[in-house]
Write a new protein. Sequence first.
Length: 476
Amino acid sequence: MMAANSPESLGDILRIQRESFMQEGDASIQTRIDRVERCVDFLIDNQDAIVEATKKDWIHKPDSFIKAVEIIPVINHAKSIKKNLKNWMKDEVRKPDFPFNLMGAKTYIKYQALGVVGVMVPWNGPLAMAIVASMDAFCAGNRVMVKVSEFSPHAADLLATKLPEYFDVSELAIVTGEVEVSRAFAELPFNHLMYTGSAGTAKHIMAAAARNLVPVTLELGGKSPVIIGAGADIAYTASRTMSGRLINSGQGCITPDYVLLPDAQLDEFIEQAKAAVTKMYPLDKAAADYASIATDAHYKRMHELIADAQAKSCNIITVDVGATDARRQFTPAIVVDPPEDSRLMQEEIFGPILVIKTYKTFQDAVDYVNKGECPLALYFFGDNEQEKATILSQTSSGGLAINEVMMQLMMSDLPFGGVGHSGMGSYWGGGAGFKRFSHAKSVFEQGWYKKLGAMMDPPYGNTIDKMLKMQLKKTR
């Protein structure tokens, strides 16, 4: 393992990057694309090493899953950047107000790089999140420092040892270390700081950043609900819900956390959900495609959540997929109607446990979701247009998928981000990352008549009185 950074060394890295940024000036489109392409080169050249490092951190994860979910979408994001960056970088022309518009004045927005962007990535996808955030910062013309979670030591070591073959420290620096290094990282005077992780830790990150007035982007999580309409195809809905719940063994920020469905659909949904799990993870494959729980502490927490539900006499249904303790795999579970004071309802589950609750009316389901914090994702299954309109207009979430789960994240032209308790600010698709790590500078250029501004200078007289009288009118 490569030696971890000391908290004291971080300021030196920041200084090197900031000086290099200032010397370079506005990075050309060629330079920005080159840096994005070097990110892709790293992924392609080291794809097998990425798979091995991920598996060492997790104990077990399917090779195909790692490449399909944690590498391919990142490469697709790079393709989107290359395709669209020229348009994103263009000045946005705006219309000058009267009477400047009659006198040849110009107004526009110029997107300008911020400087050095700090990125803090979590343990459930450190490689993908580090590279995506770096590409977004690069395409906006910035330099990047990335702090990798201490709970992903092998992924962190791979990034720290291999990325220097593609980037100078003045462009991209990987920071490793324990909590004290993370704390020192969050306290640095970056031009922008992005954090992905829990809401609890985010409060400390914001407090640390606030001491230097560093703006932050927070990608958090929460309890992402699935609302099922009365006319939904239950077999399809159960299959897609369980696919989303069990991908990465539920350790994803937008995986479905709980289901709300009509009373009459409960039994059918449970049977179809069990069938879907058995089909995806047949016993004869011995859980070969089923991911481990990432850490011992998180594995223990899964058991504690189920024990709490058992102590509260909940109906718990498990589906045998061949999970083993040796692989730190947790058997998929469905828990029906746990009480509101249970840990399953008070915490983001972040594991292969799905909660099901029933409702009497569709509005009851919407109201239930709205009583809680805004989730990072919300899912609706059904074909009723009125129900769909209600979901769109009466709920708030970072993203929404209709008759599918998680695909909003896979779309290269859609931004990704939370709202309220699930985060602030967006990045990733649709140029959102470019804008997130840019300053939208407002520019005014005076036109051919250069005396217009002076009309508002003292001493005041009839001219300005006439102008004010003409402007001071109701807008109805």
